[in-house]
Each structure stands twice: as C-alpha cells, then as structure tokens.
Unconditional design. Sequence first.
Length: 161
Amino acid sequence: MVDVAIRKASAEDDRALAGLNYRAWSPLTEITPRPVESAPFFGDGNQPEHYLVPVPNGQPVGYLRLVQPIPIPSAAHVRQIQGLVVDESVRHQGIGSALLRAAGTEARRQGATRLTLRVLSTNTDARRLYESLGFTVEGTLRGEFIIEGRAVDDILMARTV
C-alpha cells in the first residue's frame, strides 16, 4: 500500500486533469465519447470541489469524483463515485485504493453513510478493486449501453461508510 497525499482539486489542476482524462479514456471504461484533448476539465456541474486528487510529487496523478447523485434531502446520506482515474504510469501502486479510502473518509465528513458507484461490466480491473474495498453488487442493468456495437451491462455497487 502506498502512502500518497490526497487533496481536494483546485482550478489550477484543470489542465493536468484534462490530460489524465484524455489519456485514460477507453471504450472498456467509458460511456461518453473520447474527450477533446484541449477541452477544459472543469465546467458547469463539474467543479474542483467534487474531486479528490492524489499528488505524490505535488502533481495530480489521478482523480476521483465524489458527489451527492440526487440533490434532494431524502438522498443526503448518499455519495456517489462518478469517475476514478489513475495515470497508467503509476497504476498498481495502491493509488486507486488510497483514493477510494479517501472517498469514504470524505463521504463520512460530509455526513453520508452510503457510498455508491456504477461500473461497466467490461471494466474488470475496477470491479475487482471495488470488491477488494468492500463494495458489493446491488444490481445489474443488462445491456444498458451499446459501446462499439456491443451491449454492455452497467453494474451498480455500494458499501456503507
């Protein structure tokens, strides 16, 4: 397990996170079209305060987006991970696990008791990582997406924080 500093993102991280997002994009992990390399990372509804970033050497090497998925009082106890990226050059060093643990800590700090996520059935590495940290499958949306002409399931996972 790596000991890496994790902090909230800031507006100054925009270019670094945009680059990570562009390089990490894959049809095995994403439902959206490939991002434009020069596009800003932050924008409407996508604010720095929604992101945790690992900075082992002062520069972001990944990110995790953590938000309340349905902004109503009856769902105030839920936070959802809506994106997790670790730069390929530092994968398999425990940074993804560290980000997920930090997400649990941040969710609790925000008053949440439940942490959820959605992951494509084709993203087996991420599914194994989530399961190793206590996430369990709560549902499967069969054929929820058609990616490159193939039906892909959307797996719903969650855990208590």
